[in-house]
Design a protein around this ligand. Structure first.
Ligand code: CU
Length: 182
């Protein structure tokens, strides 16, 4: 895995609160070295939101990655409930295991670390994205191509389980950036 120069954060009309000044680190997948033949990617993937009662998972997306390497998972967790919750576990049938990572910059060096959970405050959000919290799909059992869907199950401290599908996008953000109903 290799990280390259910071890019501008993707504009997100539906999410004006996202800090656009944040440094975005682009994950470079070996897939990019090959032409992506599957033009099925041209089929637009609708924006996705998944929920289970009070917790909502917005725009889960991933990047192309080759089988045997690690994939990523990005999303926003929105807690509409009155009590805080914590994302504690993620599983995917497409990965040997899924880890929750944080990323930080120290002395000009980006580093990531496994965390045991990500808190989502009552009425608040937790953002997973390039340069921030992210999921690592360790040991992909198959190649993820632009346009694919990578299923996963999120488990929270409250016991809530939410099934999501990460939309694989070769772009700098979720597959579509149209305004979304909240
Ligand atoms: Cu990581």
């Amino acid at each position: 895995m290799k990280f390259i120069t910071p890019n501008r954060a993707p504009s997100a009309p539906s999410r004006p609160r996202r800090p656009t000044a944040a440094i975005i680190i682009e994950y470079v997948s070996p897939m990019r070295l090959f032409p992506i033949a599957a033009a099925v990617a041209a089929l637009a993937t609708p924006l996705a939101a998944y929920g289970s009662g009070k917790m909502e998972v917005l725009q889960p997306w991933s990047r192309p990655a080759v089988a045997g390497t690690n994939g990523v998972g990005y999303m926003v967790l929105a807690n509409h409930g009155r009590s805080a919750d914590v994302l504690q576990k993620v599983e995917s049938p497409l990965a040997a295991r899924v880890e929750i990572h944080s990323m930080s910059m120290a002395g000009g060096v980006m580093s990531m670390a496994k965390v045991n959970g990500v808190p989502v405050p009552a009425g608040g959000e937790a953002t997973f994205g390039p340069g921030a919290y992210h999921l690592m799909l360790i040991g992909l059992t198959r190649t993820l191509k632009d346009g694919d869907q990578a299923p996963a199950t999120l488990t929270f401290a409250s016991g809530a389980k939410i099934k999501v599908a990460f939309a694989v996008s070769a772009g700098m953000g979720p597959p579509a950036m149209a305004p979304m109903k909240r």
